[in-house]
Design a protein around this ligand. Structure first.
Ligand SMILES: NC(=O)C1=CN([C@@H]2O[C@H](COP(=O)(O)OP(=O)(O)OC[C@H]3O[C@@H](n4cnc5c(N)ncnc54)[C@H](OP(=O)(O)O)[C@@H]3O)[C@@H](O)[C@H]2O)C=CC1
Ligand SMILES: O=C(O)[C@@H]1CCC=N1
Length: 273
């Protein structure tokens, strides 16, 4: 493993998941620094993974070779300004941003320098090593490219995109999409409760079915997802009625429209922030 030092600035959901994946996959905890303005969150990440923690972002900036910017997009301007004001020379460090809606160009403006940058779009299943990370590189060295690849492979699968705009497509396909699946699960759970199942059973039934369906897709790569669906759908049977109802209500088009709305929001954020 590389002996580069990596600092996570703003250790919330995403950083916690990535740090956890790194430590479980053999990255040395002593080379990982986590920052937050909230001591409780730092205490948790230190207790769980044994990494260094500090509330001092500038100290982490100074000590690390790779800086992961992981605050909410709306907070990025203030954070980057504080780096500019810190007096730390970060001109040769690699920055990784996981923020939606902030382009490399805009992040470099915020930092006041054309720093080496990788944009990453992870998702929350990274916490379980089941994540997807879309990556777009801008000026990183081959060694840094490899390092970033290794970091995010600790959290699941990785795809590099050629065009920066494809990061917004990744948001729609994998960054935000765990929420679409959860919404579908919520809908089934609610109806199960309405049918009389206890809260506990409704939850158990929906989560096991979602897991089983995902594992079937994962374990049978030679069968299309459409065919997996067809295999549940007996001719003249019950599933057919349910699926035709969903289709006639426009589910497929609605999902596509939702993903377009997701991309449009990312593009709007690029103009706002
Ligand atoms: N959640 C998701 O599914 C995904 C999120 N992302 C991106 O990841 C980034 C982080 O999201 P997420 O982890 O969910 O957010 P969180 O709010 O969970 O984490 C960010 C943390 O940073 C802290 N923070 C804010 N400003 C500072 C600062 N100046 N110095 C130190 N700590 C600070 C926040 O503290 P406080 O709680 O006090 O505000 C918070 O604890 C976002 O840019 C988002 O776009 C990308 C892909 C998926
Ligand atoms: O909702 C958001 O803006 C972030 C980016 C992808 C998932 N969560």
């Amino acid at each position: 493993m590389s002996d580069k030092k990596i600092a996570f600035i703003g250790t919330g959901n995403m950083s916690y998941a990535i740090i956890g994946g790194m430590v479980k996959n053999g990255f040395a905890a002593k080379n990982i620094i986590a920052t937050n303005r909230n001591q409780d969150k730092l205490a948790k990440v230190a207790a769980d993974f044994g990494v260094q923690t500090t509330a001092d972002n500038n100290a982490a900036l100074r000590d690390a070779d790779v800086i992961v910017l992981s605050v909410k997009p709306q907070m990025m301007g203030e954070l980057c300004q504080s780096f500019q004001d810190s007096g730390v020379d970060f001109s040769n460090k690699l920055f990784i941003s996981v923020a939606a809606g902030l382009t490399v160009k805009r992040l470099r403006e915020m930092l006041g320098q054309d720093v080496k940058m990788v944009r990453c779009m992870p998702n929350t299943p990274s916490l379980l090593g089941r994540g997807v990370s879309g990556l777009y590189g801008a000026g990183e060295t081959a060694e840094e490219h490899e390092f970033v690849q290794q970091v995010f492979e600790c959290t699941g699968i990785v795809v590099w995109v050629e065009q920066e705009s494809q990061i917004n497509d990744i948001i729609a396909v994998t960054g935000s999409s765990p929420a679409y699946f959860f919404l579908f699960m919520e809908a089934i759970e609610e109806k199960a409760k309405a049918l009389g199942f206890s809260d506990e059973d409704a939850r158990r039934l929906v989560q096991q079915t979602a897991l089983g369906a995902a594992e079937m897709a994962l374990s049978q790569q030679d069968i299309s997802i459409s065919q997996l669906r067809a295999n549940v759908t007996s001719k003249g049977g019950t599933t057919h009625e349910a699926v035709e109802h969903l289709k006639s209500q426009g589910l497929v088009g609605t999902v596509a429209d939702a993903m377009d709305a997701c991309i449009a929001r990312a593009e709007a954020m690029e103009k706002e922030l």
